[in-house]
Design a protein around this ligand. Sequence first.
Ligand code: FAD
Ligand code: UDP
Length: 386
Amino acid sequence: MNADIIIVGAGLYGLTIAQQIVEHNATTRVQIIDVRDHIGGNAYSYVDKETGAEIHKYGAHLFHTSDERVWNYVNRFTKFTNYVHRVYTTHNNEVFPLPINLGTINQFFRACYTPAQARELVERQAGEYADVTPSNLNEQGIKLIGKPLYEAFIKNYTAKQWQTDPNLLPASIIRRLPVRFTYNNRYFKDTWEGLPADGYTAWFERMIDNPRITVTLGTDFFDTTQPLNKEALVGTVPVVYTGPIDRYFNYSLGTLKWRTVDFKEVRYDEDDHFGCPVMNFADADVPYTRAIEFKHFNPERSDRQNHDKTVVWYEYSRFAGRDDDPYYPVNTDGDKKMLAGYRAMAQSEPNVVFGGRLGQYAYFDMWATIDSALTAYEEKIAPMLA
Ligand code: FAD
Ligand code: UDP
């Protein structure tokens, strides 16, 4: 191998590390491998020929951050559109705006509450949870919006999404959704948001546009029939590993639980099927959690889109087997204990840095993935290369 360091995984974590290495070291050569046939990891997208929509192959990806270092960093490689994410939800044959805001509350209760009245109502409806420090998703949800709204918009959606007792799920899953006592229905609360103006792939290609970075696709780190494998490399060259941490140790302590999503594609002979980019389905009798109508992510490309057709992906959530794409870490207490064991084992691996959402078994938004890669470069990889 003609490289000074190997990166396993061409997702945002691996790409950021590679970019930082060649930027800060004049001669270091980087080899990236990925088992998939494209770079970009789960944020990869492609343009659908029939409709002109940019399809996010592993689920809708919207960039948002309040972190100035990350915002400045990503803007070096792509311009962002002024897209603002908005989501609606269908409940009992009625469409409501999300995240839960004064519009949702007044429509649900057929009322015209002021912000103060709505706050007071929610607090009353939170009952015994109003004053507790929530220790799980159930308590957090009821505390945030009270029981009736929780039961309408969160309980069944969460049951479909996680198939796990909400008393066993971390409160953080739902804490990232804002609840507003105004009519503002911006889905994210971050300072900056947008979509890469010429698509995710163009952004990612620019990050690693350097002759000292080599990318080899379709290559599994655990496949000993090819030379860029774990047995051959660990201990001989520094490795940044962004695959699943339990897989690295051959599941010796057990399998960490993940949720995956199956996408069902439907094409409609009309310009617009939902009138919005994302429609959630809050009720238990609808088997899918949400539908993504990709066209709406890029209204600025209207002149390049087919106005007689649209493509929608319906999402069905289920537990991931070892061969499925791991999407959402379930993170029960059992998982946390197992993870602590794997992390202890990772510390004794010679010159291997475990990173990214799979290597750390964590749900990271894109900005957090980039942030943790920038920090890992400074704190772990630069010293290792020196
Ligand atoms: P990944 O993107 O998963 O990349 C890891 C790479 O490692 C993969 O390409 C994989 O093929 C490769 N790999 C694994 N094992 C091996 C092996 N043995 N050999 C070789 N290669 C291997 N973030 C947002 O900011 N906004 C969003 O709207 C958003 N939506 C999301 C929706 C879904 C459904 C999911 C699952 C995530 C979403 N995210 C979103 C999070 C975002 O996907 C992550 O922050 C980002 O992809 C993490 O990058 P990563 O490099 O850590 O992991
Ligand atoms: N959620 C919900 N109802 C909704 C939207 C979200 O109950 O209509 C809950 C659900 O538990 C979900 C979590 O809030 O897993 C986070 O929602 P988000 O939209 O951030 O999910 P993601 O985009 O990560 O799938």
